[in-house]
Design a protein around this ligand. Structure first.
Ligand code: HBI
Length: 362
C-alpha cells in the first residue's frame, strides 16, 4: 500500500468550457491553479490536460485541440448530453486514456457526463471534483452511478452544493483555499463597492447595480463578460448607475483593486457552489455582503466578516451596506487565514486522494 508521505503523480483533467487563464472556466480555474501549484511545491507531480492555449505559471500543461464544451448552466435539466464535432473533452479523455499508466491518480474537474461514464473503462482511478450544484438529470444519474460503483470518488466544495444532488451523502466536502501571500490586507478603504464574477444571469449582477444606485456609491465590476446581451440589458435598465467595468484581471491586479473597496457584493440567483471571490475579498480585509444562499452562506460569518441577507431583496443589500462600518476588516483577513489557506486545502485534497488510492489497493 502507498505510504501517505510518498509523492504522488497526478493528472488533472481541466474544465472543457474554457481555455485556462482566460476566466471563461470560472472559479474552478482558480481552484485548479492553486492546487496544482501547491502540490508541486510539496513534491507531488501534477500535469494538467487542458484546451489548447491554456497557460498557468510554472505548471506543465498538455494542450488539447478541439471545440469547447457548452457550459452546463445554460442548459435545461432535461437536456440530452451533447458533444460538439471534434470535441475537446472527447480528445482530452482520449489523451488521458493513453497516458494513464504513468499516473497514480486522475483528477477530473470537468462538470460533464463523459469522464464519469468512462470511469469504469480506465485502469487508473479517477477522483471527480464537482464544481457546481445539480444542473442536469442525465449528469446527476451518471454521477450517482459513479458514486455507487466507486465509493469516495466524488468531491465537492460545500455541503449546500452537495445537497442539491440526490447523492449528497456520497460527496466529500473539500472547501477551497488561496495563496494568501498574494493578497495584501488593507485597513483603509474608500467608499466604493465591488462585484466580482462572470457576467452571466445566474450571478444576479443587476441587484448589486440597483443597490449601488440606491446608496449612491460607486460599484466596481470585474470579471469575464460572458453574456453580452445580459450586460447590455443591465446598462439599459440602470443608465444612471455609478458603475465601472474593469474587465477580467490577473490575481495581482485584482487584489490591488479590491482591497481598497468597502465591501464585496454577492448576488447569486443559483446555488453558488462555493464563491472563490468571497475568500479573495476576505483575504484583503474586505467584508462580504451576500444573499444567504449556496457557498457564500457557509463562508461568511454574519455580522462578523460581512452580512448574509434574504435572497433576491435589493433593499436588504442596501440595509447591510449601511451597516458595513460594524465589520472589523482585520477579522475578515483572519478568517481567510484560519480557514482558507492553501496548505489546509492541499491537506484536505491529499487525504481524499489517499482514501481513494487505499480503497483501490486493499
Ligand atoms: N459546464 N459543461 C460544463 N463543464 C464544465 O466543466 C463547466 C461548465 N460550466 C461552468 C464550469 N465548468 C466552471 O465555470 C465552474 O467554475 C463553475
Amino acid at each position: 500500500m502507498r505510504q501517505s508521505s510518498q509523492p504522488l503523480s497526478l493528472l488533472f483533467l481541466s474544465t472543457p468550457v474554457g481555455v485556462l487563464g482566460t476566466g471563461e472556466g470560472g472559479g474552478v480555474e482558480l481552484t485548479i491553479k492553486n492546487l496544482a501549484q501547491d502540490l508541486r511545491q510539496t513534491q507531488h507531480q501534477v500535469t494538467i490536460v487542458a484546451p489548447q492555449g491554456s497557460q498557468l505559471d510554472g505548471i506543465p500543461i498538455q494542450p488539447i485541440s478541439g471545440n469547447l464544451q457548452v457550459a452546463a448552466q445554460g442548459e435545461t435539466r432535461e437536456a440530452p448530453i451533447q458533444l460538439p464535432p471534434n470535441s475537446v473533452l472527447a480528445n482530452m479523455c482520449d489523451y488521458i486514456r493513453q497516458v494513464q499508466s504513468q499516473y497514480d491518480l486522475i483528477v477530473n474537474f470537468a462538470f460533464d457526463w463523459l469522464p464519469f461514464y468512462l470511469t469504469p473503462f480506465f485502469t487508473t482511478p479517477i477522483a471527480h471534483f464537482i464544481s457546481m450544484g445539480s444542473m442536469n438529470d442525465a449528469l446527476d444519474e451518471i454521477m450517482e452511478q459513479t458514486a455507487t460503483r466507486f465509493p469516495k470518488t466524488l468531491g465537492v466544495y460545500t455541503k449546500t452544493q452537495a445537497e442539491t444532488f440526490p447523492f449528497a451523502d456520497a460527496c466529500r466536502c473539500l472547501g477551497s483555499g488561496l495563496d494568501l501571500s498574494l493578497y495584501d490586507f488593507s485597513e483603509q478603504s474608500n467608499d466604493a463597492l465591488v462585484w466580482l464574477g462572470r457576467i452571466s444571469p445566474e450571478k444576479g449582477l443587476e441587484d448589486a447595480v440597483a443597490a449601488a444606485q440606491e446608496v449612491g456609491r460607486r460599484l466596481k465590476i470585474f470579471g469575464v463578460l460572458q453574456d453580452k446581451a445580459y450586460w447590455q440589458w443591465i446598462r439599459d435598465q440602470y443608465p444612471q448607475a455609478p458603475i465601472e467595468y474593469g474587465g477580467f484581471l490577473s490575481t495581482t491586479e485584482l487584489q490591488q483593486e479590491i482591497r481598497h473597496c468597502r465591501a464585496l457584493l454577492m448576488t447569486p440567483r443559483w446555488v453558488e457552489a462555493f464563491g472563490n471571490v468571497a475568500i479573495e475579498a476576505l483575504a484583503c480585509g474586505v467584508p462580504v455582503i451576500s444573499y444567504r444562499r449556496g457557498g457564500p452562506a457557509e463562508i461568511i460569518r454574519d455580522g462578523e466578516t460581512g452580512f448574509l441577507v434574504e435572497p433576491d431583496r435589493v433593499e436588504e443589500l442596501v440595509k447591510a451596506i449601511h451597516r458595513i462600518e460594524e465589520i472589523d476588516r482585520w477579522a475578515c483577513r483572519q478568517q481567510a487565514e484560519e480557514e482558507y489557506s492553501l496548505s489546509a486545502l492541499r491537506d484536505r485534497f491529499l487525504a481524499w486522494f489517499d482514501e481513494i488510492l487505499d480503497s483501490r489497493n486493499t
